[in-house]
Design a protein around this ligand. Structure first.
Ligand SMILES: [Zn+2]
Length: 123
């Protein structure tokens, strides 16, 4: 078996089901990360990863940690950076969608009137 073929029979971290999992091909294509979905409980998960970080970037991280303080290790700092960048991209995507929605309303304001009518009918 080629080295980069993911093992799809990984135990689910939630329900511990050991049957084959469904890989997310879109996320794999975008990130090279394997995200698997449990077909029993629908939970999506990936395996823990260790990522090699070049020395120059580690040095910059040490300087940033010295300025910010409060981090107990490089690992904690890196995990926080990844979390913050993820949130940034999610917020950006939501904001772009909202802008697109507002743009569509601006071009076609009667859609908004129809939405209000639909809401009032639900009440
Ligand atoms: Zn499961």
């Amino acid at each position: 078996m080629p080295k980069n073929t993911p093992n799809l029979a990984v135990p689910c971290p939630v329900c511990e089901d050991e049957d084959l999992k469904l890989p997310n091909f879109e996320l794999k294509a975008a990130s090279t990360v394997t995200v698997l979905q449990c077909l029993t409980c629908d939970w999506e998960f990936s395996k823990d990863q260790s990522v090699k970080i070049p020395g120059n970037l580690v040095r910059h991280a040490a300087e940033a940690m010295n300025i910010h303080e409060g981090y107990s290790s490089l690992g904690e700092y890196v995990r926080d950076c990844v979390r913050r960048m993820n949130e940034h991209h999610m917020r950006q995507a939501a904001s772009d969608q909202f802008s697109e929605f507002m743009g569509a309303l601006g071009e076609n304001p009667e859609i908004f009137a129809r939405m209000i009518e639909a809401l009032e009918e639900d009440e």
